[in-house]
Write a protein that binds this ligand. Structure first.
Ligand SMILES: Cc1ncc(COP(=O)(O)O)c(C=O)c1O
Length: 450
């Protein structure tokens, strides 16, 4: 039995005495605590669970660890930074690393996105982007632009801002009216026309015209910004048809509406290139990121801001605070150190090319699961994949959960299930044998689940 004296190194590797006090996020707590899945260490492509079984990581943790786990450069950077400067106030004080990191991020980003506002999570990045958009319009004398347009099935985190433009009913329904005035584009998932499309779906570019419909309804002069994930991840991997994002950009430009890409999942090589904006050739006005920014090693998010937006803020008296917004832990020294080391690791190993190099193999292997029982769609792009299973009558989500659970227990494979979709996003260091293993285990577990 662990006591107060038990060293941390032991506590972090053994089953806790009690699981009661920790209220786990986005988890069926009672179900989990009856049969916990506990991970205690990780290296490269593998986790190890509390019984020291290696677990192949098919999810990069939670879309975060794009360079794999416990990468030495990142570990060392965090350790050294913790010893040198643990914390410093980010308001009216500075430390060197966020300035260096912001410059590095601006250099990675599309050309016009040259300014960075740091947060501690994707949710905070989204809420920050919403506030930056509102403030920008107000500074330009268009303070009536207060409405946001999101999209059905979108996930933009769990702050009240992100919830208000998010389109997942379970995340919204308990929390009241949220921000007034938001409206939603239709989502782009269309199994009837696009099921089993390799890569981007052929049909659905015309769904961008939905924005014209919302503009006609609300009038462009009331709309601050449109938020979209270039690829919706959390709702089960929803891809845009070629031309869809371009068309959103055109419509936004015609009407003075800001376009925001939420790249919390798609950033840092997940689809090839640093950001999906570059892969799709569409530049937003604001771009949110988190997760892969530090390779998941320390919480951090950020908003990339266009020159035009940033310069609108820099017009007042030099002694005036330009944006009344920020977090105690904005640009935390440990997060900055982890992010710089993550960027170095990505660059040194050419990881932003991996999703393109491996893309075809990934696609072919994933689509080999077509024809298995209950598989109703397979989607892929870059190193993202999704296998959609038919929902059981009266128990939606149970089949997906069962496959996820079997993968972990019997297949020693970590995947993600969202409803009846099995989502995949392995670290970009994956090799073809490991891709084979993911596909083989999934095939076996889908068959076993029935
Ligand atoms: C697109 C997108 N935006 C925002 C978030 C929220 O990020 P966080 O969980 O770091 O708050 C997520 C998380 O998965 C996401 O996928």
């Amino acid at each position: 039995m662990a006591s107060v004296q038990t060293p941390l190194s032991t506590l972090s590797r053994q089953r806790p005495d009690s699981l009661e006090a920790f209220w786990m996020p986005f988890t069926a707590n009672r179900q989990f605590k009856a049969a916990p899945r506990l991970l205690v260490r990780a290296e490269g492509m593998y986790y190890h669970d509390v019984d020291d079984r290696p677990i192949l990581d098919g999810a990069a943790g939670l879309w975060c660890c794009n360079a794999g786990h416990a990468r030495p450069r990142i570990v060392q950077a965090i350790q050294e930074q913790a010893a040198q400067l643990d914390f410093a106030p980010p308001f009216q004080m500075g430390t060197p690393l966020p300035f260096v990191l912001a410059q590095r991020l601006a250099a990675l980003a599309p050309a016009s996105l040259n300014h960075v506002f740091f947060t501690n999570s994707g949710s905070e990045a989204v809420d920050s982007a919403m506030k930056i958009a509102l403030g920008y319009h107000r500074l330009r004398g268009e303070g009536q632009r207060t409405r946001f347009i999101g999209r059905e099935k979108a996930y933009h985190g769990v702050g009240f801002g992100g919830l208000s433009i998010g389109g997942l009913p379970n995340n919204r329904k308990a929390f009241g009216p949220l921000l007034a005035g938001s409206d939603f584009l239709r989502h782009t998932l269309d199994l009837s026309r696009n099921a089993f499309s390799p890569g981007l779906p052929r049909h659905g570019a015309e769904l961008a015209e939905d924005l014209e419909r919302l503009i006609a309804l609300h009038d462009a002069s009331t709309i601050a910004a449109v938020f979209v994930e270039p690829i919706a991840g959390s709702a089960g991997v929803i891809l845009p048809a070629p031309g869809y994002l371009q068309r959103l950009r055109e419509i936004c430009d015609q009407h003075g509406i800001l376009l925001v890409f939420d790249e919390v999942i798609t950033g840092f090589g997940r689809v090839g290139n640093a950001f999906a904006a570059q892969r799709f050739g569409v530049t937003p006005d604001l771009l949110t990121m988190a997760k892969g920014l530090t390779n998941g090693a320390v919480p951090m998010g950020a908003v990339l801001v266009s020159d035009a937006i940033h310069s609108a803020y820099m017009q007042g008296p030099p002694g005036a605070i330009e944006l009344f917004h920020g977090y105690t832990y904005s640009a935390h020294p440990l997060a900055c150190a982890a992010a710089l080391a993550a960027l170095d690791t990505y660059a040194a190993e050419g990881l932003f090319d991996r999703a393109i190099e491996l893309g075809e193999y990934w696609q072919t292997r994933l689509h080999s699961l077509r024809g298995l029982p209950n598989v109703i769609d397979i989607r892929n792009f870059g190193l993202i994949g999704a296998i959609e299973l038919a929902a059981r009558k009266d128990a939606p989500g149970s089949r997906g959960y069962e496959v996820f659970e079997r993968c972990f227990r019997d297949g020693q494979l970590l995947v993600r299930c969202t409803g009846d979709v099995i989502a995949l996003s392995p670290p970009l260091i994956i090799d073809t044998d490991q891709i084979d293993r993911i596909v083989d285990v999934l095939g076996e577990m889908i068959r076993a689940t029935g």
